[in-house]
Design a binder for this molecule. Sequence first.
Ligand SMILES: NC(=O)c1ccc[n+]([C@@H]2O[C@H](COP(=O)([O-])OP(=O)(O)OC[C@H]3O[C@@H](n4cnc5c(N)ncnc54)[C@H](O)[C@@H]3O)[C@@H](O)[C@H]2O)c1
Length: 248
Amino acid sequence: MKFDLSNKNALVTGGSSGIGKAIAETLKSQGANVYVIDLNEIESNTSQGINTIKTDITSLNNLKDVLKKVPDRIDLLINNAGVGLVGNIENTEEEDFDRLYKVNVKGVYNCIKTFIPNMKANGGAIINMASIVSHVAVNNRFAYTMTKGAVHAMTFSIAKDYIHEGIRCNSVSPARVHTPFVDEYLSKNYPGKEKEMFKNLSKTQPLGRMGKPEEIANLVLYLCSDEASFITGSDFSIDGGFVKLNGN
Ligand SMILES: NC(=O)c1ccc[n+]([C@@H]2O[C@H](COP(=O)([O-])OP(=O)(O)OC[C@H]3O[C@@H](n4cnc5c(N)ncnc54)[C@H](O)[C@@H]3O)[C@@H](O)[C@H]2O)c1
């Protein structure tokens, strides 16, 4: 079987919703032993044999406790947990800027710093969730863009430093994917106009729709697998043509 993850131990942050949930389920279906690290625990993960460790990834100390609850050998680390924010620099408040940094940037630092020692003996793969905003400007995403630029840059830095330890590190950059992240954005910013705005957001991908969490999960599965053994330090767009095809 291709993309076989039997006997692999995988950690997925933010695996209780949206893209992370699809990643956890996909890795599990390919035979991995999956641990989700999330603020919330959900029944559908538990019933599929996916372990959840309720933790806030913004605290390095919390993650040290997580280390005691996962296997000594970690093969796959998926840094997926993240939060969004709409606004240009003038209407981005300092506490929101700091909050986005703490989850999206420091959360990735905290997880890699905590778990990479457990990957070094046997090698493994790290996949970071970047975004189209790591590559192109999207209106009013100032703080979010700052964080996803950092995620992209951390990816090749880690890939370089750990190449001789057999650890590959790559990122994926989705355009809009239909998850609770998008639904919350619409209800908060466009109350009463959610359906209309959903259509507008769908059209911003040249393919004419948003991505599905499973589509992102399948790319992550490939990058985790031994079939992707020649790939490190790279970023993969998965965006319905958003970055390359939106010109006139
Ligand atoms: N949905 C999109 O359109 C889209 C596009 C590009 C990139 N992304 C990125 O994909 C990732 C997942 O997005 P999603 O749409 O599935 O989001 P989501 O809101 O559906 O799920 C995010 C999950 O992360 C968890 N989480 C948030 N903060 C946490 C913390 N401090 N500690 C532990 N867990 C925490 C939440 O509890 C939730 O389960 C994010 O990094 C996001 O930036 C999403």
